[in-house]
Ligand binder design. Structure first.
Ligand code: ATP
Length: 442
């Protein structure tokens, strides 16, 4: 009989519990915490940064290592202001903003129901378009000519480098360019922890195809991206597609699907997959006077490629992983909180415990820790009862706990305990690396 008893989760307090666990255990802290924090800005702590790096690595590998048709790029955040004219962001990257005349709070008109202030019931102003781009100045003179923007998406850095990548990598269409980087949006109503923030990280891939082959590639990328989330360990039943209806489509898009996840606060977008046609390269051709074309030498054809975009949020994926992995159960009559991360992305792959502080066990445990560190991130814990040490690791999602005990001194085996099944097996020290590697391989 299983020693694990499932417990029902209350959706409302799940988010509160996750936010509190994140701070307590070092995943995510409020930014500038000692000054009371700053609205919607968050810092990733020791465990959060490991989790985030693992997510990014998994994405990067799936895009640029596992396939031979996608190359990487890292473009700068500050770009020529003309980029944002060409992209349509200066003119159209806006949300409708309304102010409450009484309490002065501001809202996105399309995010509130009814015609009065949701905070105090006061009268609202007429809506005006509010541009979401952060503005700053390049150089010491604060004048119109020196205005630059913090990029609101990483995609434009890819488009403007299209010719550079084609010429330097000799890639042939169809091919893609992948990039991970920060983006900034002065959101009117950020919130839900790291779900919507003003500074965030995107993982974007732009795939260049021959016009006419776009629909086929759109379908392929839709499926590939959905499977990626499953590979990350996300529960399939919590994921779904949402197709953008006619009125919902962005100005550049011929077709768009979102991948959504069911968060405790409802179904929300995780990633957008867009058929952007030749809009972007066409606009950059017009604004830069450089022909953003592709010449197909085999067929002697020249054309502006269509673009299929897959645009994911890294922080949102991290929140998804946390929410999906968070669980509570009962082990031997005791409540246990556990993060059931896929071992692939868990911050620590294993924890090493000496059973007692005697007989050379701590020294041997330290030696094993040092050896394992060469291969993956592990942690040593010698304090408290073994039960308490298990709970501490369960709560941060460490998939394996290794205990060095009396038998280890005799036969060079340790106990390996599985976070999810609670099964304990004896394993030779020399087999630890291949055994753990088997579970964390991408
Ligand atoms: P939304 O409708 O939620 O504002 P969007 O449709 O404008 O999002 P895109 O421009 O398609 O989003 O951005 C691609 C991805 O970047 C989103 O799916 C999301 O994961 C992430 N993202 C966008 N805005 C934010 C934000 N303010 N905070 C965190 N992640 C974001």
């Amino acid at each position: 009989m299983s020693r694990v008893k499932e417990k029902k989760q209350n959706k409302e307090d799940t988010m509160d519990k996750i936010v509190s666990l994140c701070k307590r255990r070092g995943f995510v802290f409020p930014s500038s915490d000692i000054y009371g924090g700053i609205n919607s800005c968050w810092d990733y702590g020791p465990l959060g940064i490991e989790l985030k790096r693992n997510i990014k690595e998994y994405w990067w590998r799936s895009m640029t290592y596992d396939r031979d048709d996608v190359e990487g790029l890292d473009a700068s955040i500050l770009m020529h202001p003309k980029v944002w004219e060409a992209s349509g962001h200066i003119e159209g990257f806006t949300d409708p903003l309304v102010d409450c005349k009484k309490c002065k709070q501001r809202f996105r008109e399309d995010a509130i129901e009814g015609s009065v202030c949701p905070n105090c019931g006061g009268e609202l102003t007429d809506a005006r378009q509010f541009n979401l781009m952060f503005k700053t100045f390049m150089g010491p003179v604060e004048e119109d000519a020196s205005v630059v923007f913090l990029r609101p998406e990483t995609a434009q850095g890819i488009y403007v480098n299209f010719l550079n990548v084609v010429n330097s990598s000799r890639k042939r269409v169809p091919f893609g360019i992948a990039q991970i980087g920060k983006a900034f949006r002065n959101e009117i109503t950020p919130g839900n922890f790291i779900f919507r923030t003003r500074e965030f990280e995107q993982m974007e891939m732009q795939y260049f195809v021959k016009p006419g082959e776009d629909e086929e590639w759109f379908e392929k990328w839709k499926e590939t991206r959905f499977k990626w989330y499953e590979g990350l360990g996300i529960k399939k039943e919590k994921l779904r597609f949402h197709e953008h209806a006619e009125g919902e489509l962005a100005h550049y898009a011929k077709k768009a699907f979102d991948i959504e996840y069911e968060f405790p606060f409802g179904w929300q977008e995780l990633e957008g997959i867009h058929n952007r046609t030749d809009f972007d390269l066409g606009r950059h051709t017009k604004f830069s006077d450089k022909k953003m074309e592709y010449f197909d030498e085999l067929n002697k054809e020249r054309y502006i490629p269509y673009i299929i975009e897959t645009s994911a949020g890294c922080d949102r994926t991290l929140l998804t992983v946390l929410t999906d992995a968070y669980d509570a159960d009962e082990v031997e009559g005791e409540e246990r909180y556990v993060l059931r991360f896929s071992p692939k992305i868990a911050p620590y792959k294993a924890a090493i415990f000496p059973l007692t502080k005697k007989d050379g066990m701590p020294e041997l445990a330290k030696k094993i820790e040092k050896d394992l560190r060469k291969h993956f991130k592990v942690v040593y814990d010698g304090a408290g009862s073994i039960g308490r040490r298990y709970r501490r690791q369960d709560e941060i999602g460490t998939p394996y706990c290794l205990t060095i005990d009396h038998q280890t001194l005799v036969d060079e085996t340790v106990t390996m305990r599985d976070r999810d099944t609670l099964e304990q097996v004896r394993i030779k020290i020399s087999d630890l690396v291949p055994e753990i590697q088997k579970h964390i391989a991408y």
